[in-house]
Structure formats: structure tokens, C-alpha cells
Design a protein. Structure first.
Lengths: 433, 283
């Protein structure tokens, strides 16, 4: 009996100990508000990138908003879109999360995202005029705003300083100069190659291979309303596709395996002095450092804008990036919108510079990390960048078809003209229907 | 009373097989896409789309080549090695163990190993070709060699299973059969054709059926090697179902493909079983 009474006393003391500090923390005897828990979905799963970027933003947000607890749901990039979509379809979406620029139309069209026009009109943080207009407009679907930009990117040409010096060539500014430089660098018997692009997935083939030269040359793969393929009938698009294929089939300045080459192999060749040129975005520095910590920009490699297309005479690049949106069905919409607004502060973009995106708004460009001269060439490239394909709901299929067309030519020996005709027909009569 | 005893088994079968297949059939009758808010009923439209063209016919052809090529290669090499290892070779136990280790490896690991070996820049196979003065080859990156390279990898992976099964059966064949044949002056080939083959026929049919099921369904190995490329040179039906259902979120179309695939496999297994039974009756 004595023992039972002792246990009851201990439990009562423990309960009192739990309640009393909470009551003491409540100001002036007011009752403490229960914490709202919201989920934030992100495809950033590399711990170092997440710790340096989004986690810092989330921590600061929670410090300034003690009534909200944010739980980050990190989903690997390869499965991100599908897992978030399935959760939204099942009625259990995250409250707020990253939205890929390529999927915002699809998600908004399916009714999974909250319309943000009224919220943005009231916001003192989000200034639409401060954002890059091209990327801001991606968030507008049928005239309504469903997300705001979180980070953007573009591609530039990386040149290996040592190999360029050996070959006695300068970083190229036109397509002809690119071919000439690649030819002089390319020594396949010594396993040194001119130029390479990642081709082992549909997004790389579309954005990093075809897309950069297509945008530089002013071409269109599909028409703006997303109903018809134009890659064969638009001479600028056809010229870009032909140029990229002929680097492999005619000029022969690429390493073997160009139909299915991974970005990791390309970076490895580049840091080991076996590749003269590659194309990449602002995330490249961290990747190259991981492979070889002493491989430094300006000492071992340099960066220039994508060489100008013959039809336009100007550079251009594929543009991608991330947006942030609030999901329909979130039980804590107000808190989710607060987090979205917090992410849109210029200081937050500066914190996330570690995540290797460029800031989507100009106000952040003057902040610490973006004053690093490393970013200069990207800011030079950004005004001439755009997504290489109109952002239709069938985009994954369209990207896969583009990859297949490229592989048909470089791995299957098909002619460029017949392949372009096949691709345009596939787009118009099957994929975009 | 008899029906009552069967009920738990029937319930398990219904839960694990009939219900999922029925649900799959239902989905295949809808235009169910992950990015569309509603799923309209479209009847047989998803099935008609398969027959109208697209990638399904070519992927079906790839699946047949992949399956038949793998089965023939695994069967011939597996039986040959089993017969060879019946002889008193030094270290045959170690050889058997070593060969078996390839069979227990997950397909993704096998794919990663062979992907590295086939690599056109740093792969060991190209180094060997260059060493003997032959031109290098991008085995997995060429439309005309990619599927054959995948089949070769699958043969390497599947041979130990055949070796194990056929060896076990061969050890049960009475030595007297061979002694009597030797007394009659039968050559090695005649002993193989008239004693060994009839004795292992049933186990070969069993191995063929199991290998057929595993190979026809295989996904992991091809995914690790080529992801179905280049173009669709190595896209088999399971790869196409994955692409359509998991990557693109076209559940209705993927479900229709799955049902057609299930019917094709069931028909093939029925033929196997029928052939196997008729052989047993002949014996």
C-alpha cells in the first residue's frame, strides 16, 4: 500500500513539474497557445546542402514564429514530384513545399495549389516587380498566381584552363569557335576529349544538351500553346539539334558513350584534365570540389556564356529552378503562407545560396554570397535564359522523346532529318494530344 | 465441412491475388493520371491505345528477345557446366561455390558491376579489346548492341541456377547406366544423348519455366544497366509499365499494360506446364 502511494506521489510530482514551467512561461498568466505543426516538402536531401540552406531559414522562421513548428519532409529528387503528387491526390499533401518549375502548370491545373494573388497583393515582402519577369510568369497559370519563385538557374560553358592552354585556344563565343576549340583539344588516343554533355536521363538531354543551343539559337521544340511539335519545321530549332548531334557524329569531339553519359563521369573527366569543355549550372562548384578539393575556379577552370547561336548572334541557356507553393487542403494555410513569405525574403535567398540556386529576385543579388565573382557569368547569362520547352503537363514524356531522338542519331545511326520528322510527328500526333 | 477448411486458403488467395488483379482491371478502364483531378471512365480505350501502336509493340519484341535469348544461353551453358563439373576436376567444389555467388547477388549489384565492365571509357572489356588490337565498342550505348549486352549479363547471372539444379539431378543418375553403355561401346556423345538428356529433361523444363518467369518479369537488371535506352532498344514491358505508371503517373495505361502482360505470361506458363505434363506421360 505504502509502495503504491509512493508511486502515485511521484507521478503527481512529475505531472506538476510538466505543467508548471509551461504556465510560468505564459506571459502575464495568459494561456500558452498550442504550437501549430506544418510540413515543408523539399527535394534537397544532401545533408550539407540542407543544413547550410533551408534548415537555417526554417530555424530562423521558427524563432520568429514560436507558435509554428515546421517539419521538413525531405524526398529524393527522383521521386519528389511523384510522391508529393500522390500525397496531394490522397488528400494528405504537405502544407507548403517546393514546386519544380516544370510541374507547376500540372499541379495548379489539377487543383493541388492555393491561388496566391490576394496574398501577394497584401504582402509587404513579396514584390512581383523585383523578380526576374520570365521566371515570375511561369508561376502564372491562366492568369492566376499559384507559386512564387524560390530559386532559379541557368547554364554556362566550363573550360579547362590547362587543356585550353595546351591547345592554344581561347574560350569560344560562337558555335564555330566551339567546334574549333574542341577539335584542337580532342586527342582520343590519349583519352583526352573535346566536349561532353550529360545524356543519361531525359532532363539532362533536354535541358543540358539540346536546350542550351536551342535557346541560344532562338528555336522552339513545341509551340507556345503546347499543342504541336515545331522542332522539324522551325529551322532554328532544327539547326540546334543538328549541331549537338554532329559534335558526336561528324566532328567526333566527344568521349565514347555519348548516348548514355552521366554527369558524374563528365565531372570526373573534367577535374582529371581529360575533358576540355562541359556545360553546367551554379551547383557545379560544389560537385567539382567534392571530386577534387583543390580544383579552383579561375585557376583550373573558367566559365563563359553558352556560345552564341548563328541565327541570333547571341548567347542563351536553358533555365530551370524551383518555386514554392501552398497546397490545397492544408489545415494550417495561414501558417503555411507565413512560411512561404519568409522564404521569399532576400535574406532567405542569401542563406540558401549554399543550395546552389541563383536568387529569383534582384534585391538578393547585392547580398553577401551573391557578390562572389563566381556568380558574375551566371548573372550575365540569366537575362537570355528560358525553359527550353513550353511547360506542358506532358513535359516528362516530351523530354523523354527528345532524349530518344538524340539517342537515335548518336547511338542508332539515324539521320537528323528523319529523326526530327519522327520527333515532330510524335509530339504533335501522340504526346501533346 | 470441406469448403470450411479451404476458406482460409481461399481468403489469402483472394486478398493477395484476386483483389489486386481485379482492382488493376478496374483502373485500366479509367483515364487515371496522377496530375488530373478526375478519372473519367474510358472503357477499353487504354487497351486500344496499346494495340494502335506507340512503344508497346516494340517493347514486346524486346521482351521476347530478352527472354528467349537469356533462356537459351542460360540453359546451354548451365547444362554444359553441370555435365563438365560431374567429372573429377580438381577444385570443382570451389568452382561451384564461386559460380553460385553470382546467382545470389541482387540484380542491381549485377547491373552496377557489368555497367562498369561495359563502360566505354574506363571499362575492362574495352581495355581487353584494345589489348588485342580490336576496335573499342560502346556496348550499352549503341542501339544494335545494347540488348545483346543486357542478355549476356543476364546469362552470366542465371547460369548458376541451372548449374545447381541440373548438377543435383545428375548426381542421382545411377552410375550403372553409364557403365552399361561403356560396355556396349557407346561414345561420349551417345551417352549424353541417350542417358543424360532423358534423365535431366524434367529438371530442364522446370528450370526453363522458373527462368522464364524471372526473366520475363525482370526489371532491376535492365534498369541498372541501361534504364531502357538508348532510344527504346532495351525497353521491355516491365520497364514500359514502370515508365508509364511510376514515372509519368499514367496509371490507367500502365494498368492496361500490366493486364496484357499478365495474360501473356499466364498463357506462356500454361504452354510450359502442358508440355511438361505431356512429356511426363510419354515417359
Amino acid at each position: 500500500m505504502k509502495r503504491q502511494a509512493g508511486v502515485v506521489c511521484v507521478l503527481l510530482l512529475l505531472a506538476a513539474g510538466t505543467v508548471c514551467p509551461a504556465a510560468a512561461a505564459a506571459p502575464d498568466g495568459a494561456q500558452a497557445r498550442p504550437r501549430i505543426r506544418i510540413t515543408y516538402a523539399t527535394p534537397i536531401t544532401q545533408s550539407d546542402l540542407f543544413e547550410r540552406g533551408e534548415k537555417q531559414v526554417l530555424t530562423r522562421f521558427m524563432a520568429e514564429n514560436p507558435d509554428v513548428e515546421v517539419v521538413a519532409r525531405q524526398i529524393p529528387f527522383d521521386n519528389y514530384d511523384m510522391q508529393v503528387l500522390l500525397a496531394a491526390r490522397a488528400g494528405r499533401p504537405p502544407d507548403v513545399g517546393r514546386v519544380n518549375h516544370s510541374t507547376v502548370q500540372t499541379w495548379a491545373g489539377a487543383g493541388y495549389l492555393v491561388e496566391l494573388d490576394d496574398f501577394v497583393a497584401r504582402s509587404t515582402v513579396i514584390d512581383p516587380n523585383d523578380y526576374w519577369p520570365g521566371f515570375w510568369n511561369i508561376c502564372r497559370i491562366r492568369g492566376k498566381l499559384y507559386a512564387v519563385p524560390l530559386g532559379t538557374d541557368c547554364r554556362v560553358l566550363l573550360c579547362h584552363v590547362g587543356l585550353f592552354r595546351q591547345a592554344g585556344v581561347r574560350p569560344p563565343r560562337t558555335w564555330n569557335e566551339l567546334v574549333e576549340a574542341a577539335r584542337k583539344i580532342h586527342r582520343p588516343h590519349e583519352k583526352v576529349y573535346g566536349i561532353a554533355f550529360p545524356t543519361n536521363n531525359e532532363w539532362s538531354a533536354t535541358y543540358d544538351v539540346i536546350g542550351n543551343f536551342l535557346v541560344a539559337n532562338g528555336g522552339r521544340i513545341i509551340d507556345d500553346d503546347g499543342t504541336r511539335g515545331t522542332i522539324a519545321s522551325d529551322p532554328r530549332a532544327a539547326e540546334a539539334f543538328r549541331f549537338v548531334c554532329e559534335l558526336v557524329t561528324v566532328h567526333k569531339v566527344c568521349p565514347p558513350g555519348m548516348a548514355n553519359l552521366g554527369g558524374d563521369v563528365i565531372e570526373s573527366l573534367f577535374v582529371n584534365g581529360r575533358l576540355g569543355m562541359m556545360v553546367s549550372g551554379p551547383w557545379v562548384r560544389a560537385g567539382l570540389h567534392r571530386l577534387r578539393p583543390d580544383f579552383e575556379w579561375k585557376i583550373h577552370y573558367d566559365m563563359v556564356p553558352i556560345p552564341a547561336g548563328p541565327a541570333t548572334g547571341r548567347s542563351g541557356s536553358s533555365q530551370g529552378g524551383w518555386l514554392i507553393g501552398v497546397f490545397q487542403g492544408s489545415p494550417h494555410r495561414e501558417a503555411a503562407l507565413r512560411l512561404l513569405e519568409y522564404f521569399s525574403r532576400p535574406e532567405s535567398f542569401a542563406l540558401m545560396a549554399g543550395a546552389e540556386n541563383l536568387p529569383p529576385r534582384r534585391a538578393a543579388m547585392s547580398l553577401g554570397p551573391f557578390q562572389d565573382p563566381f556568380y558574375q557569368v551566371f548573372f550575365e547569362q540569366l537575362p537570355n535564359a528560358r525553359p527550353p520547352v513550353a511547360l506542358v503537363p506532358q513535359l516528362p514524356n516530351v523530354a523523354r522523346a527528345i532524349q530518344r531522338a538524340y539517342q537515335r542519331v548518336v547511338a542508332g545511326g539515324a539521320g537528323v532529318d528523319e529523326t526530327l520528322a519522327w520527333l515532330e510527328n510524335e509530339l504533335t500526333n501522340h504526346l501533346l494530344r | 465441412m470441406g469448403l470450411l477448411l479451404f476458406t482460409p486458403a481461399l481468403a489469402v488467395i483472394a486478398l493477395l491475388f484476386i483483389l489486386p488483379v481485379a482492382y488493376e482491371i478496374v483502373i485500366s478502364l479509367y483515364r487515371s493520371r496522377v496530375y488530373e483531378a478526375s478519372d473519367p471512365f474510358v472503357g477499353w480505350e487504354n487497351y486500344r491505345r496499346l494495340l494502335r501502336g506507340g512503344d508497346f509493340p516494340e517493347s514486346l519484341g524486346n521482351t521476347l528477345w530478352w527472354t528467349v535469348g537469356s533462356l537459351i544461353g542460360q540453359g546451354l551453358i548451365g547444362v554444359f557446366l553441370a555435365v563438365l563439373l560431374m567429372r573429377n576436376l580438381p577444385g570443382r567444389g570451389a568452382i561451384r561455390t564461386l559460380l553460385l555467388s553470382t546467382w545470389i547477388m541482387p540484380g542491381v549489384v549485377v547491373g552496377a558491376i557489368w555497367r562498369w565492365m561495359f563502360d566505354p571509357i574506363a571499362g575492362v572489356l574495352n581495355a581487353l579489346l584494345a589489348g588485342v588490337g580490336l576496335p573499342e565498342c560502346d556496348f550499352l550505348g549503341r542501339v544494335d548492341t545494347a540488348l545483346a549486352s543486357c542478355i549476356a549479363t543476364n546469362i552470366w547471372r542465371g547460369v548458376p541456377f541451372w548449374l545447381l539444379m541440373v548438377s543435383a539431378r545428375l548426381q542421382a543418375v545411377p552410375q550403372e547406366f553409364y557403365d552399361a553403355a561403356a560396355v556396349d561401346g557407346a561414345s561420349g556423345w551417345r551417352r549424353f544423348a541417350h542417358i543424360t538428356l532423358p534423365q535431366i529433361r524434367n529438371i530442364v523444363l522446370l528450370c526453363a519455366m522458373l527462368s522464364f518467369i524471372w526473366t520475363f518479369n525482370a526489371f532491376d537488371l535492365i534498369y541498372a544497366l541501361t534504364r531502357g535506352g538508348p532510344d527504346i532498344a532495351t525497353t521491355t514491358i516491365p520497364m514500359l509499365i514502370y515508365e508509364s505508371g511510376i514515372r509519368n503517373g499514367h496509371f490507367g495505361e500502365a494498368a492496361a499494360m500490366s493486364i496484357v502482360f499478365l495474360v501473356l505470361m499466364a498463357a506462356a506458363i500454361a504452354v510450359f506446364v502442358r508440355t511438361s505434363l505431356s512429356r511426363q506421360e510419354e515417359v
